[in-house]
Write a protein that binds this ligand. Structure first.
Ligand SMILES: NC(=O)c1ccc[n+]([C@@H]2O[C@H](COP(=O)([O-])OP(=O)(O)OC[C@H]3O[C@@H](n4cnc5c(N)ncnc54)[C@H](O)[C@@H]3O)[C@@H](O)[C@H]2O)c1
Length: 316
């Protein structure tokens, strides 16, 4: 998938007025893209992660993605250098959060990790700071409850890959102040994105619809109805999806898909959301998709060929 970005039309290298300094927590698949988009649009970005090597890798990824945008002629070299210079990395949450106007948390999809992070962020950030989470499924109201400022907590759900995808799903917690929602809508538009508001129920809109489809695709494979390539081809050519559901699951991360399905299953209490045993087994085995080099497909560094993983390549 194309990881490049265009300079958003609204950027002009000056941030939306009420927000100047943004702290992004977590520099994995989503965090580095979120940092790139904010920095390209003129915001000062503090990118924080527990892992120093992960931060180094994230900066290499961002530099490489910006180089591609320059090569395409969508960004000049000076703007690229300025964007990179606006991103500072740190392994200290206290240092990274102390002056933030906005925090976008993109750490691992785990309820306990997020509750603890928000408890700390509430202590470390200025009282006016808005605390946003990029969670795919965990309740915003629940996360807000870990802070003393539930009116200033909101979901800001970017899509993967962040520099390319236009949508930001904005999720209002039970106590989110409408003025905070309005600010996040404004910031999203300023990033060149299209915000869509949703209320806080498990999976919000995007994953409530997407994850049952991915889970059904895994069941279709598990029951031997068709192979990996066949299932993806049916959905690409028959339903005009740009990517088949199994390839998309690999791209999102099978661990992330499983975590979201568990939130849907628990949150609604309905068996239709129960994760397919094959998905559970693949996550237990460490085959998480693109990020580990193997999921439903096998990935070779530097190759764009889509090769079905050996365990699924035999005949049905
Ligand atoms: N992967 C996707 O396609 C996708 C899409 C939309 C939203 N999301 C959501 O974005 C968030 C991040 O997902 P991801 O796919 O980037 O995960 P990832 O596993 O690629 O990266 C998570 C990062 O968070 C870091 N981290 C964990 N605990 C931390 C802490 N306490 N402080 C600082 N850093 C910490 C990890 O070291 C890691 O670098 C999740 O909430 C996920 O549901 C993911």
């Amino acid at each position: 998938m194309n990881m490049e970005s265009k300079t958003p039309p609204s950027s002009g290298n000056s941030p939306a007025p009420s927000i100047q300094k943004v702290t992004v927590v977590g520099c994995g698949t989503m965090g580095n893209g979120i940092a790139q988009v904010f920095a390209t649009c003129g915001y000062q970005v503090e990118l924080v992660d527990l892992s120093a090597p992960a931060l180094e890798k994230a900066m290499t990824t961002i530099a490489r993605n910006l180089d591609r945008v320059v090569a395409k002629g969508s960004l000049d070299q000076e703007s690229r250098d300025a964007a990179l210079a606006r991103i500072h990395t740190s392994t200290s949450l206290a240092t990274a959060a102390q002056h933030a106007d906005l925090v976008v948390e993109a750490a691992t999809e785990n309820r306990q990790i997020k509750l603890e992070l928000f408890r700390q962020l509430d202590q470390l950030c200025p009282p006016t700071c808005i605390l946003a989470t990029n969670t795919s499924s965990i309740s915003i109201t629940d996360i807000a409850g870990a802070t003393g400022r539930p009116t200033r907590v909101i979901g800001m759900h970017f899509m993967n890959p962040v520099p390319v995808m236009k949508l930001v799903e904005i999720i209002k917690g039970y106590n989110t102040d409408p003025a905070v929602t309005a600010t996040i809508v404004e910031v999203s538009r300023h990033l060149g994105k299209i915000p869509v508001e949703a209320n806080d129920y498990p999976g919000f809109v995007a994953n409530r619809i997407l994850m049952p489809m991915i889970n059904e695709a895994v069941h279709t494979l598990y029951e031997g109805v068709a192979g990996v390539a066949e299932i993806d081809t049916v959905m690409k050519l028959g339903m005009a999806h740009p990517m088949g559901p199994l390839q998309l699951a690999d791209f999102i991360g099978l661990d992330v898909c499983l975590a979201i399905l568990r939130v849907l299953h628990e949150g609604f209490g309905q068996p239709k959301y129960a994760p397919c045993p094959l998905l559970v087994k693949m996550v237990s085995s460490g085959n998480l998709g693109v990020k580990t080099g193997k999921g439903f497909y096998a990935y070779q560094a530097g190759s764009k060929d889509l090769v079905v993983a050996p365990e699924f390549s035999g005949s049905l």
